[in-house]
Design a protein around this ligand. Structure first.
Ligand SMILES: [Fe+2]
Length: 291
C-alpha cells in the first residue's frame, strides 16, 4: 500500500488562463507564485502551489497531486505502485518546486501525482479576496463510486460516509473527506472545495462574490455527510467551487467523528445517508440540484 496524507494541488486546463488567474487571485484571494510556459501557479499561503492553471482547449480538471506520508520517498512509492500492478512514471523537475513526481492515471482516467516534497514558497495569506484556509476536498464524477472507493483504499484513504450507494466519501487525514466519488455517466470534476475559517467568513465571502457579480448557486446550508456548512458557485470556466466551514473531524483510531451539537448521534460514526437527509440538514430548498 502507498500512504498519502493530503490533497496538495489541483490542476485545471483553461481556455483563458488570464481570466482564471484574475478569479483565483482577486476573488478567491490566492497568491500567484509563478508563471511559466503559459501556466500559472497559485498558493493559498504556504505551498508553492495548490492550484495549477494551464492553457487548454478543453477546460476542466486535468489532475491532482497527493503528498506522500513522510516516511515514503517518490522512488519507494513508484516501486510500490509497480508491485500493485499500477503503471506509473517517475518524472524529475516536471513541475516547479517539486523535484520528483510519480505520475499515473487512475481507473477513471484522472492524472494523479504522488510526491514527497514541495518547496514552501510561503507567500502568506493575502489581505484581499475570500482567502480560504486551504484546499479542502476534491469531488470526482466516476463510473462506479464503489470501485473508486476500493481503488483509493490502496493509497491509505479510509471510507467515511456514503450517500446511498452512489456517493462515497474518503479521507487520508482527519478531515471528513479529502476525495469523494459520485457515480455518473459523465467523467470529470463534480466540485472543488475550499475551507473557510467560520460562518461569518462564509457570509463575507458571498458578499464578495456578489461584488464580483458571481451568483451563489446553492446554499448556505449544512450537509449531512460531513456536516459542513456549504455554498457553491462556478469559476470563470464553469468549474463548480464549494466554500465551506464547520466540517466534521474524523478520529480514525475510534472510527468516529469529534462530537458536535448538531450531530444526529453521539458518537457519530461513518454511515450511509439517504440523499434528501444528507444534502441539507436545515431543510432549505434550492433550485440547483447538487446530485
Ligand atoms: Fe464538497
Amino acid at each position: 500500500m502507498v500512504r498519502v496524507f493530503r490533497l496538495a494541488y489541483v490542476h485545471f486546463g483553461c481556455t483563458d488562463v488570464s481570466a482564471m488567474v484574475r478569479y483565483y487571485t482577486e476573488v478567491l484571494g490566492l497568491s500567484l507564485t509563478e508563471e511559466e510556459g503559459g501556466r500559472a501557479y497559485l498558493s493559498t499561503a504556504f505551498d508553492h502551489h495548490n492550484i495549477i492553471l494551464s492553457p487548454s482547449s478543453e477546460p476542466g480538471l486535468k489532475g491532482f497531486g497527493l503528498q506522500l506520508a513522510p516516511d515514503l520517498s517518490a522512488a519507494e512509492a513508484h516501486a510500490a505502485l509497480q508491485r500493485m500492478g499500477i503503471a506509473a512514471e517517475m518524472k524529475a523537475d516536471s513541475l516547479p518546486a517539486i523535484p520528483e513526481i510519480v505520475q499515473f492515471t487512475d481507473m477513471d482516467g484522472f492524472e494523479v501525482h504522488l510526491f514527497s516534497q514541495m518547496e514552501a514558497t510561503a507567500p502568506g495569506f493575502r489581505s484581499e479576496g475570500i482567502v480560504p484556509n486551504k484546499v479542502g476536498h476534491l469531488s470526482l464524477r466516476v463510473r462506479d463510486a464503489k470501485r473508486s472507493v476500493e481503488y483509493y483504499k490502496q493509497f491509505g484513504f479510509v471510507n467515511t460516509d456514503w450517500i446511498e450507494s452512489f456517493f462515497g466519501f474518503m479521507t487520508c487525514n482527519r478531515d471528513h473527506h479529502v476525495l469523494n466519488f459520485c457515480t455518473s455517466d459523465r467523467k470529470g470534476m463534480h466540485h472543488l472545495a475550499f475551507e473557510l475559517r467560520d460562518y461569518s467568513h462564509l457570509v463575507r465571502s458571498m458578499d464578495y462574490l456578489s461584488k464580483h457579480e458571481i451568483p451563489v448557486l446553492w446554499g448556505p446550508s449544512r450537509h449531512g455527510a460531513g456536516h459542513n456548512i456549504a455554498t457553491y458557485h462556478r469559476d470563470p470556466e464553469g468549474n463548480m467551487i464549494e466554500l465551506f466551514t464547520d466540517a466534521d473531524v474524523f478520529i480514525p483510531e475510534l472510527n468516529m467523528f469529534e462530537p458536535r451539537p448538531w450531530h444526529e448521534t453521539i458518537p457519530q460514526r461513518p454511515r450511509v445517508w439517504g440523499t434528501d437527509e444528507c444534502i441539507t440538514r436545515w431543510g432549505t430548498a434550492f433550485e440547483e440540484a447538487l446530485v
